[in-house]
Write a protein that binds this ligand. Structure first.
Ligand code: AMP
Ligand code: ZN
Length: 136
């Protein structure tokens, strides 16, 4: 596995993912421990660990992709809003050291609920079917 990095391995197709979107620069796929229905990660295909070691050009391009994927989630899912999260460093809760943006769809009825960073594995069959609905 290149760099010993799980997300590089996903980008290279060496590890499967529940793909939602892909282009030359990014890959978006469902988080396997979702905070909410449709929780999606957007990663650059090229490795960087976080905001500080990513070029401004890549960051600019990434946020446009994050917007595109968020719009897709909002179109397909019951989704009243969404959180965009991006953790930098273990102290901030980053567990995978490859830049990624979390897009977490939210419902109005969730409004008081905190997002839990605890890992609750999703149901794989459900994630597969959900990714098929969301893919664009
Ligand atoms: P962070 O805490 O910001 O580093 O988030 C890493 C996220 O990656 C967590 O929410 C994990 O559930 C998720 N994750 C780890 N491995 C995989 C994988 N193979 N496929 C999809 N999501 C993953
Ligand atoms: Zn990587």
């Amino acid at each position: 596995m290149k760099n010993n990095c799980v997300f590089c391995a996903i980008a290279a197709g060496e590890i499967p993912c529940f793909k939602v979107y892909e282009d030359d620069l990014v890959l978006a796929y469902l988080d396997i421990n979702p905070f909410a229905e449709g929780h999606t990660l957007v990663i650059p295909k090229e490795h960087s660990t976080g905001i500080l070691d990513t070029s401004p050009e890549t960051l600019r391009e990434m946020i446009v992709r994050v917007q595109k994927v968020a719009a897709r989630l909002k179109d397909v899912l019951p989704c009243d809003g969404f959180n965009i999260l991006q953790n930098n460093g273990p102290a901030a809760g980053q567990t995978v050291p490859h830049l990624h943006f979390h897009i977490v769809p939210r419902l109005g009825s969730d409004v008081a609920a905190d997002i839990s960073f605890a890992n609750h594995p999703g149901d794989m069959d459900h994630l597969k079917a959900l990714a098929e609905r969301l893919r664009f």
